[in-house]
Design a protein around this ligand. Structure first.
Ligand SMILES: C[S@@+](CC[C@H](N)C(=O)[O-])C[C@H]1O[C@@H](n2cnc3c(N)ncnc32)[C@H](O)[C@@H]1O
Length: 315
């Protein structure tokens, strides 16, 4: 079994041993065998966000997918923390990345970091004296500028349970090692990540918009390269707590577009019977990938791609 250990701190790893052939054997990709991941002891984290369903476990596979790419731009239609676009640009796999994000609060963080306000944000984070009162003050403030919204979003993301930005999610109570609200507040680390992204600002673009306005055109072009991490399909189920402000999506439309696509794409989905059925109905081949999340719980996600040979290692 090949185990790719991705992050010693988060205890996240992905197993690739069962990536022998796509589930949908009708797709003619049975030759996509001999898969090996990149054996790294740890994965650098570039995003200032903690994202529910974050993609650090995918880093090794993602690097393989990027390697040898002739594309000059990577598009990430459902950006969130944009961890894969950051990896692609900072590790020089691709000259530019364009991120789309519908949530104004999330987009505000990106806009701020990619502008000269990045320094204001770094300063604000480093000077913030964290306590329940100061966090509540920030969260209750009516923000009037993009940069104050960005700071508020980072505080929400770091101090709320599960990093949930949307709605009225509660603050972390016990947290790691009983550190409560301070558990995920690492000002120096955040400052360094923001500074590094700022240094790559010429190669990153954020568009606060609905990805569906661009997807038909992007997916039609042979020269497009897209990484898609849409909200989990299970978030469509009535009664399931929303993780993001924009959780609901026309997954059928997305999959139909992918099935007709000429572009190079890699997509991740949660492994549910709904998702499997949807992918099968659209004739989209998929691989299950197991990983252990930060709570040491085994999880499985599905990888969908137009060409699985790009995520296989032949070395
Ligand atoms: C699963 S998260 C992405 C997480 C990201 N891959 C990471 O590693 O941090 C999905 C994101 O897509 C955004 N989103 C949902 N619907 C969207 C749409 N129609 N257009 C653009 N962004 C959308 C959500 O606000 C959320 O931030």
């Amino acid at each position: 079994m090949f185990i790719e250990r991705l992050n010693t701190n988060d205890n996240v790893f992905a197993t690739l041993d069962h990536l022998k052939a796509p589930q949908d054997k009708t797709a003619g990709l049975k030759g996509a065998c001999n898969l090996r991941g990149q054996n790294t002891a740890s994965v650098p984290h570039y995003s200032p966000f903690r994202y529910p369903g974050g993609k650090s476990w995918l880093s090794g596979i993602f690097r393989q997918w990027l390697a040898g790419s002739g594309s000059s731009v990577l598009y990430e239609p459902f950006a969130g923390g944009g961890s894969m676009s950051l990896l692609a640009v900072i590790e020089n796999f691709i000259p530019r990345a364009v991120l789309f994000e519908k949530d104004a609060a999330v987009a505000a963080v990106w806009k701020t970091i990619l502008s000269s306000d990045a320094h204001w944000l770094i300063d604000r984070i480093l000077k913030f004296r964290i306590s329940i009162d100061s966090v509540n003050d920030v969260l209750m403030t009516k923000t009037r500028t993009t940069r104050t919204l960005a700071f508020q979003t980072i505080v929400k993301n770091r101090c709320r349970r599960g990093g949930v930005i949307a709605g009225g999610a509660g603050l972390i109570v016990r947290g790691e090692r009983g550190n409560g609200i301070k558990s995920r507040w690492y000002p120096e680390t955040l400052a360094k990540r923001i500074q590094l992204i700022y240094e790559h600002r010429e190669r990153l673009e954020i568009r606060e918009d609905d990805a569906f306005r661009y997807l038909p055109k992007l997916l039609k072009s042979k020269s497009s390269r897209l990484f898609l991490d849409p909200p989990y399909t299970k978030l469509m189920t009535p009664g399931v707590k929303p993780l993001y402000l924009h959780c609901r999506l026309n997954h059928e439309r997305l999959c139909e577009m992918l099935a007709r696509s000429e572009a190079d794409y890699l997509l991740t989905y949660d492994d549910t019977s709904f998702t499997r059925q949807l992918l099968e109905d659209c004739g989209l081949p998929f691989y299950p990938v197991d990983m252990m999340n930060s709570n040491a719980v085994m999880k499985r996600e599905l990888l969908v791609s137009n060409d699985f040979t790009k995520v296989t290692s032949h070395r």
